[in-house]
Design a protein around this ligand. Structure first.
Ligand SMILES: [Zn+2]
Length: 480
């Protein structure tokens, strides 16, 4: 894949802000004066929805607009215009008023294992290896099933939507069951098809994983809000022969590859001892790396690894809470970004986090980058927010469709309330979104123009049913 540009997205980084500004305030579809006579000349255009907001943070271009309106029709963004001119130009069927809110693109969680919400808090306070080997894998061996994945994914989708996440990159077993849950919830999902060299209740070997996963993709690939990737678990759990098969399928089907990479120091040291090269160098030798390669974690990198990620335009997903909780380390995010590497944000699974909260990750990412570099100017709030939105979309190859409030993109947007006295005063809404408010202040969420959270309440899912499903699985796992 080196050098190959994905046709799925534009990977728009570096686009000139001037061109973007021009596109931002899109003219009505009928030019003024197009119609003869006075009756039609000022006829407002019917559209599905107008969202008026105190502030709009479109991400492209950077900065915040005051008293603007997002115009939506057919699930897409039509225009972003001053609220004062809405009535002259548009006749919305629905109008939402957000007088004390900031409206911004839906957050992108670029790495999670959604169904692991059912293992939330089951084992804390230990490093990755014993956590996986003594607690997670034995429970998955015993309880993993399509029902487990469906229910866990549904709970995760509800939690993510309430916290303003409109797109997640998932990688877990039984992707068919996950796809069912995502369709029910209405959230956008990038589903990584898992590959491992050892058996689980889902599949026996790498060939069986690939077969099962690709069958699920075939069944769901026409679902508009679902996209697919290959997701081998990690270099240390997948051998060269399996990686070679993954590369063949990825090229044939134009699928990205997402994997956990160099999460712990031990992983890097063992690879250097066994293969005399880093896991990333090994993947490069196998033909895995390139713009469609998404490295999750990338905490312990050799200098040559940073060079390789930059030279091949690889994608990185930073999961700061999970990296801190498992004491894995602090990823060199500022160094990667300085070399031009795109870095997105992920929560990882709820079992190692223990929440699916991208606003929280953005704040922590900014704080860690500052302390790790010894420079308080590192990662300003605007950059942290872009990582939580547009850079996530770029990492998943979805930036032509989502990640910013540009006309033509899907209407994935969230409203965050800045109304309370403890949020006041507000001199800069972008700073507030990262450093003052949390996910609990997300009040409304639209995905492709559909309002999936209204006044902090899910519209596509029943919270009582989600609680009941979580209780049922807890009782099963505790043997009651
Ligand atoms: Zn993970």
């Amino acid at each position: 894949m080196p050098g190959a540009e994905s046709p799925r997205g534009s990977r728009s980084q570096g686009r000139g802000d001037e061109a973007i500004k021009h596109a931002l305030v899109k003219k009505p579809r009928f030019a003024r004066g197009f119609f003869f006579g006075t009756l039609n000349r000022f006829m407002p255009i019917p559209v599905d929805l107008c969202i008026d907001a105190r502030w709009i943070v479109p991400i492209e271009p950077a900065g915040a607009l005051e008293h603007h309106t997002l115009v939506v029709d057919g699930g897409r963004i039509v225009a972003l215009i001053p609220t004062a001119s809405v009535e002259r130009d548009y006749a919305p069927r629905e109008r939402a008023a957000l007088p004390t809110h900031a409206l911004l693109p839906g957050l992108v969680n670029a790495h999670t294992h959604a169904a692991m919400t059912l293992l939330r808090g089951i084992a804390d306070d230990m490093p990755l290896k014993p956590w996986l080997e003594q607690h997670i894998w034995p429970r998955e061996e015993r309880f993993l099933s399509p029902e487990f994945v469906h229910d866990g994914t549904l709970i995760a989708a509800g939690e993510m939507l309430l916290g303003g996440i409109t797109c997640c990159a998932d990688q877990y077993f039984f992707p068919d069951a996950a796809a069912r849950a995502y369709r029910q919830a209405g959230i956008r999902a990038f589903i990584g098809l898992p590959v491992l060299d050892f058996p689980t209740p889902y599949a026996a070997d790498a060939d069986a994983y690939l077969q099962e996963g690709l069958a699920a993709r075939d069944a769901w690939r026409h679902e508009p809000k679902l996209t697919f990737a290959l997701a081998p678990h990690a270099p240390y759990t997948v051998g060269d022969a399996s990686w070679e098969k993954v590369v063949v399928y990825a090229r044939q089907l134009d699928l990205p590859i997402q994997t956990h990479l160099q999460e712990t120091r031990a992983e890097l040291e063992q690879s250097l001892a066994a293969d005399a090269m880093s896991p990333l160098a090994r993947l490069e030798r196998l033909g895995v790396t390139g713009p469609n390669f998404i490295a999750v974690h990338a905490v312990h990198l050799a200098e040559s690894d940073v060079e390789l990620l930059a030279a091949q335009s690889c994608q990185v997903v930073h999961c700061p809470v999970s990296n801190l909780k498992l004491a894995s380390g602090i990823a060199p995010v500022a160094a990667l970004q300085a070399r031009g590497v795109n870095v997105a944000l992920g929560t990882d699974g709820a079992a190692s986090n223990n929440r699916l909260d991208i606003l929280g990750e953005a704040r922590l990412a900014a704080l860690l980058a500052k302390v790790a570099s010894g420079d308080a100017a590192t990662m300003p709030a605007g950059l942290a927010l872009r990582m939580a939105t547009l850079d996530g979309a770029v990492a998943l190859g979805l930036d032509a469709a989502i990640g910013s409030l540009m006309p033509g993109k899907q209407a994935d947007a969230i409203a965050v309330s800045l109304a309370k006295f403890e949020h006041a005063p507000c001199y800069d809404p972008i700073s507030h979104l990262v450093h003052v408010v949390g996910r609990d202040q997300v009040t409304d969420v639209w995905v492709a123009g559909e309002r999936l959270v209204r006044d902090s309440t899910l519209t596509s899912l029943d919270r009582f049913e989600l609680s009941a499903r979580a209780r049922m699985w807890q009782e099963r796992m505790q043997g009651r």
